[in-house]
Design a binder for this molecule. Sequence first.
Ligand code: 5GP
Ligand code: MN
Length: 338
Amino acid sequence: MNLHLPELSPAFSRLLEALRDREVAVIGHARPDGDCIGSQVALARALESKGIRAVCVNPDPVPRRLRFLTGEMRFLKADDILPVADRHAAVFVDCADHGRAGERLRQAFPRPVGNIDHHLSSVGFAEHNLVDGTAAATCEILAGAMLDTGIPIDAQSAQALYTGILTDTGQFRFSATSRRSFVLAGELVARGADPAEAGFELYERESLGKLRLLQTFLSSLTFSCGNRVCIGVLHDGVFASTGTTAEDTEGLVDYARCVEGVEVGVLIEERSDGSVKASLRAKDPVHRLDRVAGQFNGGGHACAAGLTIRMPLATFQARLIEALSIQFEGLSAGGKGS
Ligand code: 5GP
Ligand code: MN
């Protein structure tokens, strides 16, 4: 039989072996997305199917739009797990670095047993690091590894894994989308994943507030670097005035990127504590946004990266434009620019 993940599947088996007879905390990142929650649901269920007790833990709650994946499963907050952290073995999923799950979970689990991830900037911070930067989603790694190692995938796990692949590929559009993404999605549909339900839950239930937030974001768009960069900002207080929460920023940055001629789209969110959060999205991986974000203590993928930094919005915006101009110049000098 041809394996979906010839290199990582044996490592997945070794990870499961290392977790035998342990209680496991399956840990996801701050502001969890579909790939994060999908990975947690599927991995926790895989462990349970092997008789290993597992609980999911996140620094932030499961967003409403992803609750269709979790069903009866309990997701703990950092506060709930801290008192019993020492009796749990930790597996981090979809976390490019140890700190993506928040400082408190990083400290509570200083030496994780596992790290399953697909970020280019991923560093091996665990005993068992299952990292594949070519995978479109952590759920793609997990789906492949579970199929390769014969772990049963029930309908709930199939839907969770399918949703992670669907969301991290931008509905099968982004450059990391491969034949393997489709093959695995097909295998998941064969095991009960329901594309129509996932599509409805994710994309057909927006609140009016979210549309107002989008309206605010669209009115803020400005262009720089010869119109190759499009930046939109959300000022502090916008969530209260539109009746939204930080969860509702999901997907906004794609509008900045989708403009004809724009190569990099940016969303900058101003926080009341004097910091900013930025989301960077490129059309082409040549822009290596993981490196651009890395200059501001962030990271991520070549086409999708993020960061949080303590800096006034205007200062940050100017520095980011400077960093992007240098990145564009580097590309032209290397003969790869447009
Ligand atoms: P988003 O813009 O959706 O928050 O994040 C885009 C990508 O960048 C995600 O894959 C996420 O993991 C990564 N990312 C976002 N914020 C940070 C950060 O502060 N540090 C690192 N290392 N990666 C981040
Ligand atoms: Mn992911």
